[in-house]
Design a protein around this ligand. Structure first.
Ligand code: CAO
Length: 425
C-alpha cells in the first residue's frame, strides 16, 4: 500500500521540471502514464547520450516508475484516445510551452468538460503577465527569479547554481499543489487548475534574499562579509559569496589536501551558542573573554580574521576529521562532498536516496531515489519505461479497448508502432 495508490496521472510532461513532479507522484504510489510523441518521445531520451542506442541518463533519472504510451495527440484517433485518458485519469500534468494544449484542442475548459473531477497541473516559465508566453529553461528561471543576482562573489558576475531550483524545484512545488488539489477534491468533488511558474518557484526559494533587500533600507547588512571588509552596499541585495545568509556567520574553509583536491573544504558556522567550544577547539581560548571577540556583534567587523584563524586549524584536518571533532561539541560544520563521494556514500545508499537501477539497454546505473520518506508508504525505484513500452497495455488494460477497436487504433498510426512484446500479447 502506498500513499497515492489508485490515483492515475496523465503525464504530458517533458524535459525536467514536469517529469520530476510526476516521478515523485509515481514514487508516492500514483499510476503515471507518460504520453509521448510516436517515434520521438521526450526529447531528453536522446540528449546527453553516453551509451549509443540507449535512453540517456538525463531521461532515465527523471522518469522512474512510469509507463509510456506513444500517442499522437494531434491525430484524430489520437485525440479520441487522449479524451478517454482524460476521462479516466485524476490528474493531467503538463509543461508544454504556453498555448500548446490549446492548440491541440485540449484547453482547460474542454478538459473540464470531459472530466470535471480532473486536476490540471502546469509548469510554465512565468505566471500571468508580460512574460507569460515565453519559453523558459532552468537558468532563465534562476536569473529571472533573483537567484543569480544573489549568487557568486560581490566582485564577480552573477552565478547560476548547480541545484536545479528552477526545474526540479518547480516540480516539487507543483507536486504539492497537485496533492493539495486531490485533498480538496475529496470535499468538493471538483478538480481545479494548478499552476507553478518557474520564476515564482525560484522567488519562493530566494525568500531570504528579499528579506535582506528590505533590511537594506535600515542600513548595511552587518552579517555580510563585505560589511567587515568595508565595501559599501548598493541598492540591491548583493552577492554574498559563501556567507551563511542567516544570523550565524559561516564560511567555506580549506581542509587538509585542498592544494590538490578541489573539494577538500568544510563549511564552518560560528554559531553563537558554540562560540566558547570553537575557541577551545581551534586553540584560541583568549577569544572567549576578550571583549572584541566574546559576543557576536563584537565579532562582526572581524569575521575575516576570525575565519582565517579557524581555517589555520581546519587546514590541519581532513573535512571528515573536522566533522568528527566538531560534532560532539555541537559546532555546525559540513564537508563539501563531491558528486563522486555522494555516489559512493554508503549511508545514502542505505536509505534509498542513492539507488542502483537495472536497465535493459544500458545495464546498471545510479540514480537519486525518493528524497521524501514516508513510514507507511515504501518506495521501490523501478527503471524508466522504454518509448511506447506500455502502449498496448494502457489501451487495453486502462482504457478497455479490445478486439477490432484496438486493432483500428493501432493501424490508424495514432499510437506509433507497438513493440514486438506488446504486439505478441
Ligand atoms: N503528439 C503530438 N504533438 C505533441 C505531442 C504528442 N504526444 N507532445 C508534444 N507535442 C507538440 C506540442 O503540441 C507542441 O506543438 P505546437 O508547438 O504545434 O503547439 C510541440 O510538440 C512542442 O512542444 P513545446 O513547445 O512545449 O516544446 P519545445 O521543445 O519547443 O519547448 C520548453 C520546450 C521546455 C522550452 C517548453 O515546453 C516550455 O517553455 N515549457 C514550460 C516551461 C518549462 O517547463 N520549462 C522547463 C523545461 S526544462 O525542465
Amino acid at each position: 500500500m502506498q500513499a497515492l495508490d489508485g490515483i492515475k496521472i496523465l503525464d504530458f510532461t517533458h524535459v525536467q521540471s514536469g517529469p520530476t513532479c510526476t516521478q515523485l507522484l509515481a514514487w508516492l504510489g500514483a499510476d503515471v502514464i507518460k504520453v509521448e510523441r510516436p517515434g520521438v518521445g521526450d526529447a531528453t531520451r536522446k540528449q546527453l547520450v553516453d551509451v549509443p542506442g540507449a535512453d540517456s541518463l538525463y531521461f532515465t533519472m527523471l522518469n522512474h516508475n512510469k509507463r509510456s504510451i506513444e500517442l499522437n495527440s494531434k491525430h484524430e484517433t489520437g485525440k479520441e484516445v487522449l479524451t478517454r485518458l482524460i476521462e479516466t485519469c485524476d490528474v493531467l500534468v503538463e509543461n508544454f510551452a504556453p498555448g500548446a494544449l490549446d492548440r491541440m484542442g485540449f484547453g482547460w475548459e474542454r478538459i473540464q468538460e470531459i472530466n470535471p473531477r480532473i486536476i490540471m497541473a502546469s509548469v510554465k516559465g512565468f505566471g500571468p503577465g508580460e512574460y507569460e508566453d515565453c519559453k523558459v529553461y532552468e537558468n532563465i528561471a534562476q536569473c529571472a527569479g533573483g537567484a543569480a543576482s544573489t549568487t557568486g562573489f560581490v566582485d564577480g558576475l552573477p552565478v547560476v547554481t548547480g541545484a536545479q531550483i528552477g526545474d526540479s524545484g518547480t516540480g516539487l512545488h507543483l507536486a504539492l499543489g497537485i496533492v493539495s488539489a486531490l485533498f480538496q477534491r475529496e470535499k468538493t468533488g471538483r478538480g481545479q487548475k494548478v499552476l507553478a511558474a518557474m520564476q515564482d518557484g525560484v522567488v519562493n526559494l530566494c525568500r531570504v534574499k528579499l528579506r535582506d533587500q528590505q533590511r537594506l533600507a535600515a542600513g548595511p547588512l552587518t552579517e555580510y562579509s563585505q560589511f567587515g571588509e568595508g565595501i559599501p552596499f548598493g541598492e540591491a541585495t548583493p552577492r554574498a559569496g559563501n556567507d551563511s545568509g542567516g544570523g550565524q556567520p559561516g564560511r567555506i574553509l580549506k581542509c587538509k589536501g585542498w592544494e590538490t583536491d578541489p573539494n577538500a573544504y568544510t563549511y564552518f558556522i560560528t554559531q553563537a551558542a558554540a562560540w566558547e567550544k570553537i575557541c577551545d577547539v581551534i586553540g584560541a581560548p583568549e577569544w572567549k573573554t576578550d571583549e572584541g571577540y566574546a559576543t557576536p556583534p563584537a565579532r562582526l567587523d572581524k569575521l575575516n580574521e576570525v575565519f582565517e584563524r579557524i581555517e589555520a586549524w581546519t587546514m590541519t584536518k581532513t573535512k571528515f576529521e573536522v566533522m568528527e571533532i566538531c560534532n560532539p561539541f555541537d559546532i555546525p560544520v559540513g564537508p563539501i562532498l563531491s558528486m563522486k563521494e555522494i555516489a559512493e556514500d554508503e549511508g545514502l545508499r542505505a536509505t534509498g536516496t542513492i539507488v542502483e537501477v537495472e536497465h535493459p539497454e544500458r545495464g546498471p546505473y545510479l540514480s537519486v531515489g525518493c528524497p521524501i520518506k514516508l513510514s507507511d508508504s515504501p518506495v521501490e525505484v523501478a527503471r524508466s519505461p522504454l518509448l511506447g513500452e506500455h502502449t498496448v497495455e494502457i489501451l487495453s488494460e486502462v482504457l478497455g479497448y479490445g478486439g477490432a477497436e484496438l486493432q483500428g487504433i493501432v493501424e490508424s498510426g495514432a499510437v506509433g508502432t507497438p513493440r514486438a512484446a506488446d504486439a505478441a500479447e
